[in-house]
Design a protein around this ligand. Structure first.
Ligand code: FNR
Length: 195
């Protein structure tokens, strides 16, 4: 059976990040045929079109190659001032080029947000979905994973709230289903034998 290779991207650089903890918990809960690699955003410089092209900065090259070679992406992000954090927008901007042929074009992307607030980062999620639309990604359309009151749901660097975890895992299943559909669509249809 073909493995599923997912890339996890946290919108927070913070060491004790809830978003990174959620991704790590998902990573540890996936079945053996699914692997998820977390892509660090730390070393990615601010987007500069002068540096963009066939030989971008090394961290950007690595990031784009990892997105490109993945079957799908899981983004988990906080909300900063009612929007997505700059680090995440910056990384998306790099990965969105070249336009119409970028690593994000047609890529299945599952979006999740969380927040200590009861709004769960839903405004950042709306923004993220719109931006990924601009990058022509295949954003997974499903009931949104918005984890509110997250501080009470993380313990020891893991998402411990069973309802949130099972909802997030259902969303990952939807991402895998989308990847499966894309794989099937790429398989040439069988033709009846002649004669
Ligand atoms: C926040 N936070 C926040 N939360 C929210 O629900 N809506 C918001 O608009 C903001 N704005 C905001 C701005 C800035 C600059 C910071 C640093 C924080 C709180 C944020 O959700 C909280 O710090 C999360 O814990 C950040 O996610 P990580 O780092 O735990 O993954």
């Amino acid at each position: 059976m073909n493995k599923f290779r997912l890339a996890g991207i946290s919108g927070s650089l913070r060491q004790g990040s809830s978003n990174t903890a959620i991704l790590r918990t998902l990573q540890a809960s996936l079945p053996p045929e699914v692997e998820m690699t977390l892509l660090p955003l730390e070393g990615i410089p601010l987007y500069n079109q002068d540096l963009d092209g066939p030989n971008p900065p090394e961290a950007v090259r690595e990031f784009k190659a990892a997105v490109e070679s993945s079957d799908g992406v899981v983004m988990c992000s906080p909300e900063y001032n009612f929007g997505m954090p700059g680090v995440l927008k910056n990384a998306i901007d790099w990965a969105s080029r070249p336009a119409f042929a970028s690593p994000l074009k047609g890529k299945p992307v599952l979006v999740m947000t969380c927040s200590p607030a009861f709004t769960g980062g839903v405004r950042a999620q709306a923004q993220l979905r719109e931006t990924l639309g601009g990058a022509l990604s295949r954003v997974i359309s499903r009931p949104q994973v918005v984890i509110a009151g997250v501080n009470a749901k993380i313990e020891g660097g893991r998402l411990t709230d069973p309802a949130s975890l099972s909802f997030a895992l259902e969303a990952v299943n939807d991402l895998l289903a989308e990847i499966g559909l894309l794989r099937a669509a790429r398989t040439p249809a069988m033709q009846p034998a002649e004669g």
